[in-house]
Design a protein around this ligand. Structure first.
Ligand SMILES: [Zn+2]
Length: 176
């Protein structure tokens, strides 16, 4: 996985493409949390094999899980969203799904069950420039962790910054 900070940052950047004017804090908090939730499956590794559909990078990293997760969060917190729940639903779906997609760019770990429950096949993109992050927080603050974060800055944070600047520029242009 990229680190949880990077998954959350990617979700926040994606939010700039979706947000209505002056979104409440819960829009951003929900996006960041949804992007991190898939890695809760790491806690199941004690009982479930890594490559099981309930194992790490299994069904919680799928597009289908992202849809269910987004729908649940919208039902709990965004039903009265101005203009209807479609915008937060689309944003939270993409924010959650971005997790599995980013994991598919990493150079280690197992593949991602992106299409579960329809197939358990573990997938990677053919191009995997992001160094895989250590699973334990203590190992993240090491020399290896620093190299991982540098690779995340280059391959995730930098494109996210470009996306944010582009979305803000487009919005300002439309307002004129
Ligand atoms: Zn993950």
């Amino acid at each position: 996985m990229p680190s949880i900070f990077t998954h959350a940052a990617a979700a926040l950047a994606l939010g700039t493409a979706f947000r209505a004017p002056s979104p409440p804090a819960r829009f951003w908090v929900a996006g960041a949390l949804c992007a991190v939730v898939p890695d809760l499956d790491a806690f199941a590794l004690r009982w479930v094999p890594y490559d099981h559909v309930l194992g790490h990078r299994g069904i919680t990293h799928s597009i289908a899980f992202a849809a269910v997760c987004a729908a649940a969060v919208v039902a709990a917190a965004f039903r009265s969203w101005p203009g209807g729940p479609a915008v937060p639903l689309a944003y939270l779906w993409i924010a959650t799904a971005s997790h599995g997609l980013l994991d598919m760019f990493t150079d280690g770990g197992g593949g991602v069950a992106l299409l579960a429950p329809f197939t358990d096949e573990r997938l990677f993109f053919p191009w995997r420039p992001i160094l895989v992050s250590p699973m334990s927080a203590s190992r993240f603050f090491t020399e290896r962790g620093a190299r991982v974060f540098a690779s995340e800055l280059r391959w995730v944070w930098l494109p996210c910054a470009v996306l944010v600047v582009a979305c803000i520029a487009v919005r300002r242009r439309r307002q004129r």
